[in-house]
Write a protein that binds this ligand. Structure first.
Ligand code: ADP
Length: 520
């Protein structure tokens, strides 16, 4: 603890007075031997060292030595010493006084440091407690500066939160006008050149990344405690960030859940009327000669639009089943090339005369998969290939084996997909701006396809050069790989599925029922 120069002068004068009084008492009134006098001097010096400090006790030691020599060692009244033994006594006195002063001053400082340390620990504990109990319904930065000002008895505190970009103030005094300096500290990590006198600036960083800065007026803290204080503030700012992110994620989740539930409900309501309309349109078109050309055209439009609506409804229902974990895999050994061929046959009508090329490698190993679901996933990709490429352009599908996996590649001659969107297109309801306006869709097809393939322990991704067509790839583990793992295919599929899919998305029990035509 530092003392003012006035207090120091007063203590030096008091130390001199103690030595003077001791000298007077023994010179005038109490006559005892020189050893007793020396010990009394020493007592006074130790008391001065313990109470006030080293400077005061050193000065008292020197003056006491001179007085002891002048007044009590023969020849009395002179600064000379006749007996050499008294020299020894004088040197021993001075050495003892100085050593005692140093030791008691050190002990005093250590006690002082221990008290300071304890106080700082208590303050830091109080701050961390207040951060833990922070009320997230109120501005966190404001609460933090109030707590710091109160707990550390600062006259003024200012906190700059870099991500929010604002500065909050606390404490009795005003620190306004330091925003620029605070921002500079946050960026450079060093105190600004024109910093206000008496104000301590410090950067706040988390994991080496600057996230703000703090200005404190009237704070006395050791470096270690200051660092701990900055860390606590950093943690509290990060907590706010995490809390906000969690709230946003929860809001997004709830909105998505709401969308899914609503869609599911609407889709179920649509199913029956759509079936009736489809039946009507089909029977009208079964004998077109009975219809006038205009009505025939109307019936064709109704038929096509009903197909589109049915598909939308089916996708909505399937998505909600996947989200609810209601879809189960019914696995069987599957020749994937044969499934691809049946999907291409199915898409023949939609292809409208376009070439659908299939190239399948010889002797492909079977995969252990759910036929209907894999059919749906592949149909989705082939549909998209036709939908998002120019009329008349061919579609190429290859099937081969790559590193223990059967891989199906669907390549079109459309615009392709830019790198930055190659993951996003698999998100629920995501549709690219480029296709949104011109091509109808729901943004669910790829999400469903990927969920299905991942449930089998495989994956779906996009390759191809942007601008010269997209190549959608599907990989599925071959049946041998599953058997090699030393388990029954059914059990292995369960394990693969568990590793690949978040719990509750699609479950792999062969026993249970499944989607579209299998689930309601
Ligand atoms: P939908 O086709 O109903 O919009 P999808 O989930 O099948 O939904 O596809 C999501 C988006 O990915 C589409 O809106 C489209 O922008 C893009 N996309 C899918 N397949 C292709 C493709 N073969 N070529 C270019 N873009 C594609």
């Amino acid at each position: 603890m530092r003392i003012s120069s006035r207090a120091l002068i007063a203590q030096l004068a008091a130390s001199l007075a103690i030595v003077a009084v001791t000298t007077l008492v023994f010179a005038r009134w109490i006559h005892v031997n020189s050893t007793t006098i020396a010990l009394v001097y020493l007592l006074g010096i130790l008391a001065i060292a313990t109470g006030w400090g080293l400077a005061q006790s050193v000065m008292a030691s020197l003056v006491a030595m001179l007085c002891f020599n002048y007044f009590f060692l023969p020849p009395v009244g002179q600064f000379t010493i006749a007996d050499p033994q008294n020299w020894v006594a004088l040197v021993a006195f001075l050495t003892t006084a100085l050593a005692g002063s140093t030791l008691s001053d050190r002990a005093k400082k250590q006690a002082q440091e221990a008290r300071t340390h304890q106080r700082e620990t208590e303050q830091l504990y109080a701050l961390s407690r207040s951060i833990l109990l922070t009320d997230f319904s109120h501005a966190i930065g404001f609460q933090a500066v109030q707590h710091i000002a109160e707990i550390f008895e600062c006259r003024a505190v200012a906190l700059y939160d870099a991500s929010a970009g604002d500065v909050v103030y606390g404490g009795a005094e005003d620190l306004r006008g330091i925003e620029g300096a605070l921002k500079q500290v946050a960026v450079q990590g060093a105190s600004p050149a024109n910093a206000q006198p008496g104000v301590l600036f410090a950067a706040i960083a988390l994991g080496g990344r600057p996230i703000g800065s703090l200005a404190l007026k009237g704070l006395s803290l050791s470096d270690g405690a200051l660092q701990a204080l900055l860390n606590l503030v950093a943690i509290s700012l990060e907590r706010v960030r995490m809390e906000e992110a969690a709230n946003r994620a929860e809001a997004a989740r709830q909105s998505e859940e709401f969308k899914s539930t609503l869609l599911d409900a609407i889709a179920h309501e649509f199913k029956t009327p759509l079936t009736s309309i489809k039946a009507g349109a089909t029977s009208m078109l079964s004998d077109p000669s009975r219809l006038s050309p205009q009505f025939r055209e109307f019936a064709t439009i109704i038929d096509e639009e009903v197909d589109r609506l049915s598909r939308l409804v089916t996708e909505a229902v399937r998505m909600s089943q996947i989200d609810a974990g209601k879809v189960r895999l019914e696995r069987e050994p599957l020749e994937i090339a044969e499934v691809v061929r049946s999907v291409l046959d199915h898409c023949e009508l939609q292809a409208d005369g376009r070439k659908l090329n299939l190239q399948a490698a010889e002797g492909l190993p079977p995969v252990w998969a759910d036929r209907d679901l894999v059919f749906l996933a592949l149909r989705q990709l082939i549909d998209n290939g036709l939908k998002y490429s120019p009329p008349g352009s061919p579609l190429d599908v290859t099937v081969g084996v790559e590193k223990d996996r059967v891989v199906v590649r669907v390549s079109d001659h459309g615009q392709g997909i830019p790198d930055r969107e190659r993951e996003r297109i698999f998100d629920k309801f995501y549709r690219r701006q480029a296709s949104k306006k011109f091509i109808p869709g729901t943004g669910l097809g790829l999400y469903i396809a990927r969920e299905i393939i991942r449930a089998h322990g495989g994956d779906v991704w996009v390759e191809g050069e942007t601008g010269s067509g997209a190549e959608f790839c599907v990989s599925l583990p071959v049946r041998e790989t599953l058997a090699d793992a030393g388990t029954e295919p059914g059990a292995a599929s369960e394990q693969q599925h568990a590793a690949a899919v978040p719990p509750g998305v699609i479950t792999g029990s062969p026993a249970a029922a499944l989607p579209e035509n299998r689930a309601s």
